[in-house]
Design a binder for this molecule. Structure first.
Ligand SMILES: [Zn+2]
Length: 404
């Protein structure tokens, strides 16, 4: 009888991808040195705008025998390969044009357990050609060893495609890809800290969470403009503070309340810092309308999404690059350009569906902040990060708004 065994190596590369994405956005002191080692790499942008997972990179298309369009990368000199989907595209902050499949200018980050295995030729080539690329893995080569590995790969590719022998990106391949060592001890520590979240997401379980989003007058204008489109409700958050990490915690099925509100704290500001909590609890605010929604997700539980390309959503909340432009989705008024992913400002989205009917009050209604004191202040102030409420707080607030 043939031998059987049960390997305990159950993680795949996806776990390493999540790990890197989280530590690159983490403010946890435990993740600091892992993050800073990445930020010190020459190929990692000094000022980052955005990191987006799984973008398809290609620069041409061909039609196959069944008339289906196939995305490919054309390297010139008659050499074409499959399109490449880097694990992450990192966009530096800057004035780039919204061109090509990356909708801007991005650097590639490829994550591998072990770069000696499962590294396909078209991946190597795209990393070399795009330049300023990074390969992250558990391996720990010295700088010289890494250069030698990439150099050898470059030579192999020249032997295979002699027409590319004068291409600088191939001859100097070793200058175009840097290595980032994933410290296995730190990965282990991170995995233990986050295993609960990972398992909950995989099993599609975990308690439903409740969120609040206060809306000021300009936001209400955008909110109504969005509802007028008669599409599935959606909203975008600015690329600042804890917005991305908070949206990453939102799951399909969570409930969220969008509330038109204004503060009566200091001069209409939603203060929350350096103030006596007792005073904040007594601070008043007013509400005018309320929308109760369910957060939706397409696959799996995570609801966060980011849009590339020129789709309807991607520029809906964006002004153009003309510095005086204040019209969202203007498509370039005053000779400004559509923003690229290098200077996009509102890239973090969730989609929702309405629960029941929106609720409108005839007059502004005054409420006390009570136990929501600081959270209301934070949520009402830039960068307008959604506040998490308990199920009880959520129901109580909804009642306070809608009860006669
Ligand atoms: Zn404009």
């Amino acid at each position: 009888m043939p031998e059987r065994d049960l390997p305990l190596t159950v993680f795949d590369e996806k776990v390493l991808q999540r790990y890197l994405f989280f530590i690159l956005h983490s403010e946890d002191v435990n993740d600091r040195s892992a993050r800073q080692r990445m930020e010190k790499l020459v190929n990692y942008p000094a000022k980052r705008n955005l990191i987006i997972p799984e973008v398809i990179y290609y620069n041409s298309t061909t039609t196959d025998e069944n008339d289906k369009e196939k995305k490919t990368i054309d390297y010139g000199h008659g050499v074409t390969t499959l399109a490449y989907k880097p694990d992450f595209v990192i966009y530096h902050s800057g004035d780039e044009s919204r061109v090509g499949p990356l909708s801007g200018s991005g650097r590639f980050l490829e994550v591998k357990w072990d770069y000696e295995q499962r590294f396909a030729e078209h991946q190597w080539m795209a990393l070399m050609k795009n330049k300023e690329s990074i390969v992250a893995s558990i391996n720990d080569p010295t700088e010289d060893e890494w250069k030698e590995i990439v150099g050898k790969k470059g030579t192999e590719l020249i032997n295979k495609y002699p027409s590319l022998k004068d291409e600088d990106w191939l001859i100097n391949a070793h200058k175009n890809i840097e290595h980032y060592h994933i410290n296995s001890e730190h990965f282990r520590d991170w995995a233990i800290r986050n295993v609960g979240t990972l398992v909950d997401n995989q099993l599609n379980v975990g308690a439903k969470r409740y969120w609040l989003m206060l809306m000021n007058r300009p936001m209400m204008n955008n909110w109504r403009r969005m509802l007028d489109e008669k599409k599935k409700p959606f909203w975008a958050w600015i690329n600042q503070g804890k917005n991305l990490s908070t949206l990453m915690e939102m799951s399909g099925g969570d409930e969220i309340m969008f509330v038109e509100a204004k503060s009566h704290s200091g001069q209409g500001r939603w203060r929350f810092k350096n103030i006596d909590e007792k005073q904040l609890e007594k601070d008043e605010y007013s509400v005018k309308s309320m929308y109760h929604l369910k957060i939706t997700s397409r696959n799996g539980k995570s609801a966060y999404r980011c849009y590339l390309g020129d789709c309807f959503h991607s520029t809906f909340f964006e002004t153009c690059t003309n510095s005086s432009c204040t019209s969202n989705g203007c498509e370039g008024c005053g000779n400004g350009e559509k923003r690229s992913m290098n200077n996009v400002e509102w890239p973090h989205f969730i989609e929702m569906e309405m629960i029941g009917s929106p609720f409108f009050l005839e007059e502004w209604k005054k409420l006390s902040r009570g136990g929501l004191h600081k959270r209301l202040g934070q949520n009402g102030s830039k960068p307008f990060t959604p506040a998490e409420l308990s199920r009880y707080e959520f129901g109580r607030l909804k009642g306070q708004i809608t009860n006669k």
